[in-house]
Design a protein around this ligand. Sequence first.
Ligand SMILES: [Ca+2]
Ligand SMILES: [Ca+2]
Ligand SMILES: [Ca+2]
Length: 257
Amino acid sequence: MTHMPSRAIVAADMNRDGRIDLVALSEVSGLDQKPMTAGVVIFWNDPAGWRAQMLPGSAGLFGDDVAVGEVNGDGVPDIAVGNLDGGRREFAWLSDGAGGWRAETDGLPELTLGWSVQLVDLDGDGSDDLLLGAGGPPSNENAGPRAYRWDGKRWRGLSQGLPQVSWVVGVAAADLYGDGAAEIIAAGMHTGVVHVYGRQADGAWSERHTLTVPNGEGLRNYKVRAVSDDALKQGLVVANYAGESGGKILAWTWQRE
Ligand SMILES: [Ca+2]
Ligand SMILES: [Ca+2]
Ligand SMILES: [Ca+2]
């Protein structure tokens, strides 16, 4: 595809033929570009060459993040996008059982910007859930770290206890404490603070730890990633920041008790 400005791409074998494919999301169209973006595009790694397939219902969409996981249990990867068009709520395309993908929006928030997105199992049922680093006006009460699980027909909120703050950007999830349940790690856009939330027995999230970015004033967060290693009893949280006067990448190691 010769014209696809993109800031978000992920590699996965989308049709399970043993060849790794690519999924990309368009970036916002600039003044010198076509007003209608391609949206979400799968680049099939065919033996004869790359072949682009635009996902139905995604034309015009744009954003900065894309993720692949398994949401609906059919073994075919599903797609989540950090949709930054506040007027649309297409954040996920699920495999439709017929070789295609369908946007599933029922239960997802309106007037929300998805700065970053992850597909990760947050409630421990074996299926990936949708984790958004969401922005939007406080009155909308849809911003902050937001989580949703797919019940087979629609999305259900999994955000109980998570704060509703206006501008959360990077989100990630990993089992930092080694208790078998994933924590949510969320970075504020301009706050210089990264919050770690754990899920309690009643399903509500509560803050377990706060990480502070030294001299973080004036820096904007873009992404957070986290991994945890059971053998080493260690975790790692990484966040990247940029601003007019520079930027930094910060990593925190996580030693379990
Ligand atoms: Ca493939
Ligand atoms: Ca699937
Ligand atoms: Ca789940």
